[in-house]
Design a binder for this molecule. Structure first.
Ligand SMILES: NC(=O)c1ccc[n+]([C@@H]2O[C@H](COP(=O)([O-])OP(=O)(O)OC[C@H]3O[C@@H](n4cnc5c(N)ncnc54)[C@H](OP(=O)(O)O)[C@@H]3O)[C@@H](O)[C@H]2O)c1
Length: 245
């Protein structure tokens, strides 16, 4: 039985991960900002077999609360074996271009709040010399594109930060898993037209849980995105800047 802290637990991808862990009988502590939604998820996870489900509500941009949130998770779970960080917002690129405030708010939600959490969690896991940290980044962080570089640059920061953290924590028996999904059919992308490159959140969740189990490092989900990204990254800048995808 694992003791798992899920941060951003109302995320569709996180909820599907939680369903897998619940079916295994794991103990779950769910952190989210929408109290009603997280309670509905908690009840469902209890029915699905979780050995224990507790909740905590906070806006994750309130970084002063992170330490307290982690203390409560430790108290309720006894100790934490796995942390999944899943919260995020898909930035409106066009309105960010017109507003410094909105741009920085998106960087705050998609990068800085996660960096704050990772810093605190890393120190705790390093001290006890065990644990697995999993963060949902994005393929969008692999190359900035005109259509979503605010979101993409925030995810790039998360990817680079977790790369360094992985190297630091290796000696302490702590695994750091960076998940890079492509297009996923969740509430975040409800306005998008779906096509063959789109994955369902249950598929992304299954691959995420598998990556944590196997102590993987950076994982594209689904795997075909690794090929797409190799191609995108190999386009010379002089051509890339003329494209509009
Ligand atoms: N969907 C995709 O195509 C895709 C692709 C690549 C990466 N990702 C990443 O996957 C992760 C999960 O997203 P998803 O696809 O599962 O979308 P989702 O269902 O819309 O989940 C996003 C979650 O983040 C939460 N959140 C946002 N800001 C928050 C804050 N300040 N405090 C607390 N919670 C906050 C939202 O809470 P509320 O419900 O309260 O707003 C929501 O539960 C995100 O990091 C996203 O960037 C998604």
């Amino acid at each position: 039985m694992k003791r798992i802290l899920i941060i951003g637990a109302t995320s569709s991808i996180a909820e599907h991960c939680a369903r897998i862990w619940a079916a295994r009988g794991d103990a779950l502590h769910l952190v989210a900002r929408n109290e009603q939604h997280v309670q509905v998820i908690a009840s469902d996870l209890n029915v699905r077999g979780a050995s224990e489900v507790t909740t905590y509500c906070t806006d994750l941009n309130d970084m002063d609360k992170h330490e307290e949130m982690l203390n409560i998770a430790d108290d309720l779970l006894g100790s934490v074996d796995i942390v999944l960080i899943a919260h995020g917002t898909l930035s409106n690129q066009k309105s960010c271009e017109l507003s410094v405030r909105e741009t920085l708010a998106e960087i705050q939600t998609n990068a800085l709040s996660t960096i704050s959490l990772l810093t605190l969690i890393a120190n705790r896991f390093e001290a006890k010399k065990s644990g697995a940290i999993c963060v949902i980044s994005s393929v969008a962080g692999d190359r900035g594109r005109a259509s979503n570089y605010v979101y993409g640059s925030a995810k790039a920061m998360v990817t680079a930060f977790t790369s360094g953290l992985r190297q630091r924590l290796y000696k302490s028996n702590v695994s750091v898993v960076t998940i890079k999904p492509g297009f996923v059919d969740t509430p975040m992308t409800s306005d998008f037209k779906k096509g063959p490159l789109w994955a369902k959140p249950n598929v992304v969740a299954r691959l995420t849980v598998k990556a944590i189990d196997k102590k993987k490092e950076e994982v594209y989900v689904p795997a075909f995105w690794s090929l797409i990204i190799i191609i995108i990254k190999s386009i010379p800048s002089t051509f890339f800047k003329r494209t509009s995808f």
